[in-house]
Ligand binder design. Sequence first.
Ligand SMILES: [Zn+2]
Length: 370
Amino acid sequence: MSAARSRGARDGREPTSDDEPRDDAVEADRVRAPMPRLPWLDQPLRALVAQRPTLAHALLVTGAAGTGKRNFAMHFAQALLCETPRDDGLACDTCASCTYFIAGQHPDFRLIALDTPGDDGEVKHRAEIPVDDIRALRELVELTAHRGGCRVVVVDPAEGMNRAAANALLKTLEEPPPDTFLLLVSSQPRRLAATIVSRCRRVALPPPPRDAAIAWLAEQGSVAPEQVLAQAHGAPLAALALADATLQDERRGWLTALAEPRALSPSALAVRIDAVPREARRDALAAIVDWLIAWSVDLARVAARVPAAANTDFAKALEALAPKVARISLSRYHRTLLRARARLAHPLTPRLTLEALLADYQALFDHARR
Ligand SMILES: [Zn+2]
């Protein structure tokens, strides 16, 4: 079994029947370290594991994006599958089942996600979870569990399922297969069909305490933990993704331009996105639109005499600008940005989109000129 193949199984590609683990494969993977648990999720994890004897077969794990729901679901799945759990009910990390799980090769486990590795081992991002992924679960649940324990399926994000997939899942929820746990993960549970939500027991994960999140980010070697955590609205995993020196330089460049709206040239600024490789342009646009959204939210906060939330490092500039914007135009601009953010999935020209958004931003300050 190749490295790409085992990596694939770990990240969610569905192993086929010939993926039955072989001792040599497991041997090669034995050195793989288990995924570290997140400190702020430790207590909720122990609490849930302790309820195992009375647990519903379908759980809906909810919480803010970027706070570790996937990590939680994976650790819970491993604990359910573990053959010799520790006294506190968590997985032992050493039994045969844990070894398969950590290697991404457990035959009684499936992770259905949007980010799925292709045959080349490259992770591909899908727009939605197709019905075939859910239908393929039938195979898993109709067979006796390979290792004689239970079977666990994680669907993350559950709202990523298209309508047909959600309907297929609903059938499984209506007739729950024995010894099978379905863990649905969602940061937007309101987007799920009520018929699905009502058949799941809700597990709402608490937001991470700020101090624990900052300590964890520092441990991961993050640049400016406080600042990136603020930019990510308190979500540590999202913050870690932002903790990249190049990305932070880019953000500072954009915010510095926004801080001087009169000097800003929408076309000159927007054209910079053409320098980004074509395949990465949409992500770059999403990042810039997110910065614009956070900036406009902070302008509104500062105007209402509430401290900036995301852009604490630009507090002075925000204070200077806030009195110059009419609140009604600002809230209209905020809605424009949210619509632009929602449309990013559709084909568009990043440069033109950006240019229009920047021109709208500049227009917010027009009345101050007269
Ligand atoms: Zn174990």
